[in-house]
Design a protein around this ligand. Structure first.
Ligand code: SF4
Length: 476
């Protein structure tokens, strides 16, 4: 058994070449990783001088015979070498052994256990490099020098400094900078990249002028209407927040977002007009239905035939809310009478629900469309139109006080359950809102009809019926 210590790709490459030359099988080698790169990365050199010369050979310049491998393997190995998994050297060597012993096309077999494991490691390393490029924030430390000097501290998941640093030397070519990580540091003097030992975050100055500028910039580009907290945390992991100046703003920006959205809606793009001033004093369903045809709160009333108000019993315990009337509904003045209405009827029947017991309405009361010759093609209402029309829906729901509201489609779901609601992920879940004890979101029947894939369409219908049944079951 041979015991070998390695810490970087070049070490491993030299050792692997020598082992292959001696025909040492993978099970005869014990690889000891040394993740503390101090001492092993202490050769202060031009960062990629060795790697730039790499070809599809395992030749690292030593005396062992040259070993030829497929070039993708070298690329894969360089990334995997930066992963923290202690088993990486072993998996790399056994994969290399198999490649040079007859399995030349091994890397093409993605289901192979070794190949799969290496690919997973490579992916994690690449992602970590991407995060480093995105989250390194330099602080100025030598403002009086002719050339400004900057320093940054970052905590990557893997040992990626040498993969990421060349990016910064290209991007910030005219600066003097140092990036510190717990394992290794990189320094750029406008000509050459050198590497040194890692250092703690305490070595980095806490604040500088640039930080305030960066915060101001970040606050100005932060769009509260597009806020997606889960995605933000995924893209900007919380563990990086301590080194990001803008992170101190995030909590306040998020908490202020709803008010800022309303302010945006009221201040910009002519969003100030809503249907509120067209509401009747008596807000029972009959008065609302009569008044809606006088509404001119948005431009949709100009081209549509008439407003299409909700229909159904005043004591309905189940309310279905769609997006907007379609072509047939616009002409007939009733919701859900077109092809989507036919699918709704059969689905209600399959769910054991009497259509006459249900109140049907839409988020937007006038038909929005685009003319193509003689045809009128449905157009999705935008946020301005939905906002303008909202008082009608709110008044309907207040008058009805239903037990259950079922939102049909994403527009209705986002109107009642929030802009972050994602139908594809949250369909069928039950939530409480100010209008009903239970609010459920499901597919819109028109979206089901538009689904080209037959199997998927059948599945959507099954889910649709199941959601309707669930909405009705809680009433029983
Ligand atoms: S769509 Fe709604 S807000 Fe716009 S005019 Fe019609 S009823 Fe009024």
């Amino acid at each position: 058994m041979r015991f070998i210590h390695v810490a970087c790709f070049d070490d491993w490459r030299s050792e692997a070449r020598a082992l292959l030359s001696d025909e040492v099988a993978p099970n005869q080698v014990h690889w000891s990783p040394e993740d503390n790169q101090l001492g092993l990365f202490d050769q202060i050199d031009g960062e990629t001088s060795k790697e730039k010369g790499a070809d599809a050979s395992l030749n690292g310049g030593g005396k062992s015979p040259r070993v030829s491998v497929p070039s993708p393997f070298l690329e894969l190995a360089r990334h995997v070498a930066c992963h923290r998994d202690p088993a990486r050297w072993q998996v790399l060597y056994q994969t290399l052994w198999r490649i040079v012993h007859g399995e030349r096309r091994l890397l093409e077999i993605s289901t192979d256990e070794d190949v799969h494991r290496l690919q997973v490691m490579k992916k994690a390393v690449k992602r970590d490099v991407h995060k480093m490029k995105a989250f390194v924030r330099f602080r100025k430390i030598e403002a009086n020098k002719a050339v400004e000097t900057y320093i940054a501290w970052h905590r990557p998941d893997h040992l990626i400094m040498r993969l990421a640093a060349p990016f910064f030397s290209r991007r910030f070519k005219g600066m003097l900078w140092t990036i510190l990580t717990p394992n290794e540091s990189a320094h750029w003097d406008q000509k050459q990249l050198t590497y040194g030992p890692g250092l703690p975050a305490s070595e980095v100055p806490r604040a500088d002028v640039l930080e305030d500028l960066w915060k101001t910039y970040y606050a100005s580009i932060f769009n509260p209407a597009r806020i997606k907290i889960d995605m933000m945390k995924r893209e900007m992991p919380v563990r990086h927040w301590p080194t990001l100046p803008e992170a101190s703003l995030i909590e306040d920006l998020i908490s202020e977002a709803p008010a800022r959205v309303n302010q945006m809606i009221e201040n910009h793009e002519g969003f100030s007009e809503t249907a509120a001033r067209y509401l009747p004093i008596q807000q029972d369903l009959k008065s609302l239905r009569h008044s809606v045809n006088h509404c001119q709160a948005c431009h949709l009333c100009n081209d549509a035939t008439q407003a299409v108000f909700g229909i159904g019993p005043e004591n309905a315990r189940l309310v279905l809310v769609g997006e907007q009337p379609g072509d047939r509904e616009d002409k007939e003045g009733k919701p859900f009478v077109g092809p989507a209405g036919e699918l709704l009827n059969t689905s209600l029947h399959d769910a054991g629900i009497e259509r006459n017991d249900v109140y049907l309405t839409n988020v937007v009361k006038h038909f929005k469309f685009e003319r193509r010759g003689t045809r009128r093609l449905h157009k999705k209402p935008d946020s301005r139109e939905i906002y303008a029309c909202r008082p009608w829906l709110e008044s309907e729901l207040t008058a009805l006080q239903p037990k259950t509201v079922i939102c049909l489609g994403a527009t209705a779901a986002q109107a009642l359950l929030g802009r972050d609601f994602r139908l594809s992920k949250q369909r069928g879940g039950i939530q409480m809102t100010q209008w009903s004890e239970r609010t459920i979101a499901t597919w819109h029947p028109a979206a089901i009809l538009r689904m080209p894939d037959k199997n998927r369409r059948s599945e959507m219908i099954r889910q649709f019926v199941q959601d309707l049944r669930q909405g009705n079951a809680v009433l029983e």
